[in-house]
Design a protein around this ligand. Structure first.
Ligand code: FE2
Ligand code: FE2
Length: 155
């Protein structure tokens, strides 16, 4: 089980896309270490992923405060649920050294995170791009997406 960044994962807001690209790389480092049965390496990678994920969620939640729409609470709840799953993964790797459980949780995390990328995050981006009364996007960083969204490859 691995995860690779693809341009189809871009939502069209560079600051968020940069965060997501880095998170995919960090999560794949966890997967790669697990694939090699390298639990110490997976432990270091998952700690780095958790730090980056926390910063990213804080970043998104500031945007939700400013521009969010109807689904704000579901988006925040989704973040909390994902952080809970990542914490279980961290415990499986570092505290329990349970390789099989860690593989299962990492796989669940990839599925959950990708699903939310294309639902909650995509919905937030729609709000960021919604024209203001002046006819401009809600935020200058919100440029129109130039490509249709397609599901990324997960192996
Ligand atoms: Fe999000
Ligand atoms: Fe996100």
């Amino acid at each position: 089980m691995r995860i690779f960044w693809q341009e189809s994962m871009c939502l069209g807001v560079p600051a968020l896309d940069d965060d997501h690209r880095r998170l995919v790389v960090l999560l794949d480092q966890v997967c790669l270490a697990l694939q090699g049965r390298n639990l110490p390496g997976a432990g270091r990678a998952v700690e780095e992923f958790i730090d980056a994920l926390g910063l990213h969620f804080a970043h998104e939640e500031r945007l939700i405060d400013q521009f969010g729409g109807d689904a704000d609470e579901r988006h925040r709840d989704g973040h909390a649920e994902t952080l809970g799953l990542v914490e279980r993964l961290r415990e499986a790797i570092i505290d329990a050294a349970d390789h099989a459980l860690a593989i299962t949780l990492a796989s669940d995390l990839i599925t959950q995170w990708i699903t939310r990328l294309f639902h909650h995050d995509s919905d937030l981006v729609r709000h960021l791009k919604a024209p203001s009364s002046a006819g401009e996007p809600a935020t200058p960083a919100a440029q129109p997406a130039e490509r249709p969204m397609t599901r990324p490859r997960i192996s």
